[in-house]
Design a protein around this ligand. Structure first.
Ligand code: ARG
Length: 299
């Protein structure tokens, strides 16, 4: 039986054999913020922020994030930003890295929703080509857009991809991804424009724990999350909306890198046994991004 995309909780069948779980990623890709700016508005967080980025401060915030990954023992690869591509610094969005059943490493190349961001993808493709990754493009016969690890999140330790759709990614992409990569995909409809990417409202911390924003999902999505994730930690809506608390990143099952000031979320993380590391990403919040989308983990 071929892996399938499952929309409803009662259709889930994890006895179907798939590609094994992705290994814990050890490498981090970041794009330097030399040309980061807010020059157009493609999500609600960007409204009122055109031309308002403090570039020097943005650079310091980006460097602090890079240093944190290095201090945690990760290898950080840095790709130089490109003039005219102010959102390229959000390097979670242009690809989805994977490891196939035969051990072959690859990336699915995104088909960006916003025309302003489409030229970012080839730069990331070249990087992965140099790393000997197989590049997988979405065929023309499959319509719709796809924004990589902004919307598609690997479940740590499980052979499962969570796929957000509705704003940047189309649901049809996940049927193709499931068949092509031989993986289970649980697709979740996103219903609130402030949470336009799945990584703004769901953060998988370890195999059994995740942060989420209940209001970002429909009833079916909430039911799927509740069914498959034993320790679901709800994030207060004001921290999720204003500070993108769910754009936190847990790279090792223990430390959680998160925008500073998410007081309640940090308390809940500590209570669940995690070690939050608070970082300021204020300049990137003006563009609708924080920790999670400023890096890409690969294998
Ligand atoms: N300004 C960027 C956009 O709207 C921000 C992307 C943030 N990335 C993310 N994965 N949430 O596309």
């Amino acid at each position: 039986m071929e892996p399938m995309v499952y929309w409803e909780a009662d259709q889930l069948d994890f006895t179907v054999e798939t590609t094994p779980p992705m290994p814990p990623p050890r490498q981090v890709l970041m794009v330097s913020p030399d040309y980061f700016d807010v020059v157009y508005v493609i999500n609600p967080h960007m409204e009122g922020h055109v031309g308002k980025v403090d570039r020097a401060l943005a650079s310091r915030q980006w460097e602090a994030l890079r240093d944190t990954y290095q201090q945690l023992g990760f290898e950080v690869h840095v790709l130089k930003g490109v003039p005219g591509l102010p959102d390229m610094v959000f390097c979670a969005n242009q690809t989805l890295p994977f490891r196939g059943a035969n051990g072959q490493r690859g990336v699915v190349l995104s088909r960006m929703h916003a025309p302003q961001r489409r030229a970012e993808v080839p730069h990331m493709a070249h990087f992965f080509e140099r790393q000997d990754y197989v590049l997988v493009s979405i065929p023309e016969s499959v319509s719709g857009s796809f924004e990589g690890m902004g919307d598609a999140l690997w479940h740590p330790g499980h052979a499962l991809l969570w796929g957000g759709y509705g704003f940047r990614t189309d649901r049809a992409i996940y049927a193709w991804l499931a068949q092509t990569l031989k993986i289970h995909v649980v697709a979740l409809r996103l219903i609130d424009p402030d949470f336009y990417h799945l990584d703004t409202c769901l953060s998988l911390l370890d195999a059994g724990t995740a942060l989420y924003v209940p209001a970002a999902f429909d009833d079916e999505g909430r039911a799927l999350l509740q069914r498959l994730i034993p320790n679901l930690i709800a994030v207060p809506e004001h921290e999720a909306r204003k500070l993108l608390a769910c754009n936190a990143h847990c790279p090792d099952g223990r430390h959680v890198l998160i925008q500073q000031g998410c007081t309640e979320t940090v308390a809940r993380l500590r209570a669940a046994g995690f070690e939050p590391i608070e970082l300021d990403t204020s300049e990137f919040l003006k563009s609708g991004g924080s920790v999670f989308c400023m890096k890409l983990m690969f294998f």
